[in-house]
Ligand binder design. Structure first.
Ligand SMILES: N[C@@H](CCC(=O)N[C@@H](CS)C(=O)NCC(=O)O)C(=O)O
Length: 107
C-alpha cells in the first residue's frame, strides 16, 4: 500500500520528555509546524532497541526525519529548521550573533 503523500511528507521528531530534544521540539511547537512527535522512552531503553536503533545507531534523541532524511544532532536539526523556515528567525542572521547562538546551543 503506497504511503499517503501527507504521511510521506510529514516531518517526524523523535523526542523524550525532559531531554535535550526539547530544543527542536519547542521550535516546531512554537510555529505549529506540520510534524509528528514520536516519543522515545529513554527510561525503558527504547533508544537502544528497534525500531529506533536503526534510525539513529547512536541511540540518542533528538532525531528529525524530513523528506525521508534522518537528521541527528541538535545543532544540525536547529540549522535545518532555521533554513527551512527562515522567516521565523530561529537563528540570528547576523554572522557573529549566529555563531554565538550556535556556540551556546553546542554547550
Ligand atoms: N550531541 C547530541 C546529544 C544528544 C543527547 O545527549 N541525547 C540524550 C538526551 S539529552 C539521549 O538521547 N540520551 C539517551 C542515552 O544516552 O541513552 C545532540 O546534539 O543531539
Amino acid at each position: 500500500v503506497p504511503l499517503k503523500p501527507e504521511t510521506a511528507m510529514t516531518m517526524k521528531l523523535y523526542f523524550a520528555p525532559g531531554a535535550c530534544s526539547f530544543v527542536p521540539h519547542a521550535l516546531l511547537e512554537t510555529i505549529a509546524a506540520p510534524y509528528e512527535p514520536v516519543l522515545v522512552k529513554l527510561h525503558k531503553g527504547e533508544q537502544q532497541q528497534e525500531p529506533f536503533k536503526s534510525i539513529n545507531p547512536r541511540g540518542q534523541v533528538p532525531v528529525l526525519v524530513d523528506g525521508g532524511q534522518v537528521i541527528t544532532q541538535i545543532l544540525a536539526i536547529v540549522s535545518h529548521l532555521d533554513a527551512k523556515y527562515p522567516e521565523q528567525g530561529f537563528l540570528p542572521k547576523e554572522p557573529l550573533a549566529r555563531t554565538r547562538a550556535l556556540e551556546a546551543l553546542a554547550g
